[in-house]
Design a protein around this ligand. Structure first.
Ligand SMILES: [Zn+2]
Length: 185
């Protein structure tokens, strides 16, 4: 299962499709200096563009009982596997707003954001995840993006069926204190 787990940016996926194979300046059409995957600069007209990892804002919604709401992804990457709601931060909104909006879009629930769980990035990924704990307000529903929604007890997280490495890392960071407390007498 681990070998099949999708990792954004890995498995031969380009770190920057927008700059893949580009040689000419999009402004003046002359030869440009391309430093893949980071930048393109044009000495003829002064055009320049710099590419950075994109922020993805997420919530880990929890029920009043402390269970974790996970969704089964309806689309690739990670289709059919479990994760928490999240998506790209749009220009014009904060990470908090994006996390709340994405949770509404995917699970049809409002959330009350809690503390930051963590920030997850790797050199070979195109995205940087910003993950907040959240309190679920209302009953989640399935959507095209979330074909199944289930509340998991902290000791019943389907770790072998998670969509991304960052899904597992964030869930472990969130729930580690719980696990530790349970282990202590
Ligand atoms: Zn140019």
């Amino acid at each position: 299962m681990t070998a099949d787990r999708h990792v954004p940016g890995a498995h031969g996926a380009s770190l920057n499709p927008a700059l893949e194979g580009v040689r000419f300046c999009p402004s003046c059409g002359k030869d440009a200096d391309v430093e893949f995957p980071r930048s393109i600069r044009c000495s003829h007209c002064g055009y320049g563009a710099y590419y950075n990892p994109k922020p993805v804002a997420c919530t880990i919604p929890r029920t009043a009982d402390g269970d974790v709401l996970l969704l089964r992804r309806g689309f690739a990457p990670g289709k059919g596997l479990w994760t928490f709601p999240g998506g790209f931060v749009d220009l014009g909104e904060s990470t908090e707003q994006a996390a709340t909006r994405e949770t509404m879009e995917e699970l049809c629930i409002d959330v009350e954001l809690g503390p930051l769980v963590g920030v997850y990035s790797r050199p070979d990924d195109r995205v940087v995840l910003v993950v907040y704990e959240a309190r679920a307000l209302g009953e989640p529903q399935t959507t095209p993006e979330a074909t199944e929604v289930r509340a998991f007890a902290p000791d019943a997280i389907p770790y072998e069926e998670l969509a991304f490495w960052s899904t597992e890392a964030a869930l472990r960071d969130l729930l580690a204190p719980v696990d530790a407390a349970r282990r202590s007498p």
